[in-house]
Design a protein around this ligand. Structure first.
Ligand SMILES: [Fe+2]
Length: 414
């Protein structure tokens, strides 16, 4: 590890990653309308990529996947369900999700696309409208939504569901990319990855802060209410770990050494007979990665990616390090300024996904509450995350076993 840089009171103010875009959480109607159009263009471009790679749009039934045609219809359905079909949309987070709604534009839409009510495995056998019909429906849904937004004014409650629909569609855009990667498909316009050598560490002094603190604008329910925390000083990597770091562990026989793995990690290793990270192989003494279905030489200065929580923890045990808690991550992101580099890959933290004290679920009940206690928090963002989703407060969460995500980690000194 190279020199530790202190973070002091003269550190630059909080600044999101260099890839961060405009702050849609505070945006007014005009900017929000532009971003809703931008994310829809992205959705359609990604779907066109699916159509090109898989003309029949057939993907295997698998817990990590969804049919691309279902995904397309679902983002339009979600937007319509929470904005134009929501009689209480002006109340924002205080809206009653059970309030009676008018019928959807597509008569059976609720039975097809309601993610909380249509089991994942059932999505392969639904009578979905064809792609051209779905695209036409999405265009109407967006037009309806934008017409409503034009008269919404600019208070946060009235803009809540428009911002939610935008962020929700952004999450599905990222899902399209990691599902395509799992299937060996290259979707268009993948962002270039950043090469970097071994990074510095940052020293963060003891301090008190409020997690999730924000002055107005949009927040997800799991970011609220703001949580006061007091942290001891800690040392944290200034960037995520690179393949060079992680593969030293693999080359040291780490996958065959039970001592580095948790009990859950050992079970995960055994279940998959794993001896290396997903999408990697050794060939003639060189590491290669499978990218968009093609094997190519691995660049060791790229962020380690597609790792499960178990792999991140095992590396830390081997290296004598530890994962940051989500509070430490947010503290470092807020106080580290540009020296704390994030946004390359999602970062596993040491924190189980749990409600902040005083949590109140928002109308989109399926978003957070069903996943408390089983999922693990990831912070940051990845290059596949649309920039308007980047926020240092954002709490992503997945099961510890997932290794299909654009997820890696950074570490702290013990
Ligand atoms: Fe969704």
């Amino acid at each position: 590890m190279s020199a530790v840089q202190p973070i002091g009171p003269d550190a630059p103010p909080r600044r999101p990653s260099a890839t961060a875009g405009p702050d849609v959480r505070r945006a007014g109607p005009a900017h929000l309308a532009a971003q809703l159009g931008a994310v829809r263009q992205l959705t359609l471009a990604l779907f066109a990529g699916w159509e090109q790679a898989l003309p029949a749009l057939e993907v295997p039934l698998h817990p990590e996947l969804n049919p691309p045609l279902w995904e397309l219809g679902h983002v339009g359905w979600f937007q319509e369900f929470w904005t134009t079909r929501n009689p209480q949309w002006r109340r924002g987070a205080a809206a009653d999700p059970q309030a009676a709604r008018p019928a959807p534009r597509w008569p059976q839409a609720d039975a097809l696309y309601h993610s909380g009510q249509v089991p994942q495995a059932a999505r392969w056998t639904l009578p979905l409208p064809a792609a051209a019909t779905t695209r036409a429906l999405l265009a109407q849904q967006l037009d309806d939504c934008l017409a409503l937004l034009r008269g919404a004014g600019d208070d946060d409650a009235a803009l809540y569901f428009f911002r939610l629909a935008l962020l929700h569609e952004s999450m599905h855009a990222e899902a399209a990319r990691y599902m395509a990667q799992a299937l060996g498909i290259a979707l268009p316009e993948r962002a270039p990855r950043r090469r970097a050598g071994a990074g510095a560490a940052l020293h963060v002094p003891a301090q008190s802060l409020a997690l999730g603190q924000a002055g107005g604008g949009f927040a997800f329910d799991n970011e609220q209410p703001a949580q006061p925390v007091t942290l001891a000083s800690f040392e944290i990597d200034a960037q995520v770990r690179r393949w060079r770091d992680f593969l030293a562990f693999v080359d040291d026989g780490g996958y065959a050494e039970p001592q580095w793995w948790s009990a859950a990690g050992r079970a995960w290793l055994a279940a998959g007979a794993r001896c290396a990270p997903r999408y990697l192989r050794r060939c003639d003494g060189q590491w290669q990665e499978l990218l968009g279905g093609r094997w190519q030489r691995l660049d060791l200065e790229l962020p380690a990616c597609h790792l499960s929580l178990h792999e991140a923890q095992a590396w830390c045990a081997w290296a004598g390090r530890r994962l940051p808690t989500e509070a430490e991550w947010e503290c470092a992101a807020q106080s580290g300024g540009a020296r704390f580099v994030w946004g390359e890959v999602w970062e596993w933290t040491a924190s189980a996904f749990a409600p902040y004290a005083g949590f109140v679920p928002h109308p989109y009940r399926d978003y957070s509450e069903p996943w408390f206690g089983t999922h693990q928090v990831l912070r940051g963002a990845s290059l596949a995350t649309p920039p308007w989703l980047h926020d240092a407060r954002f709490r992503n969460f997945y099961l510890p076993d997932r290794n299909d995500l654009y997820a890696g980690f950074r570490s702290c000194a013990r």
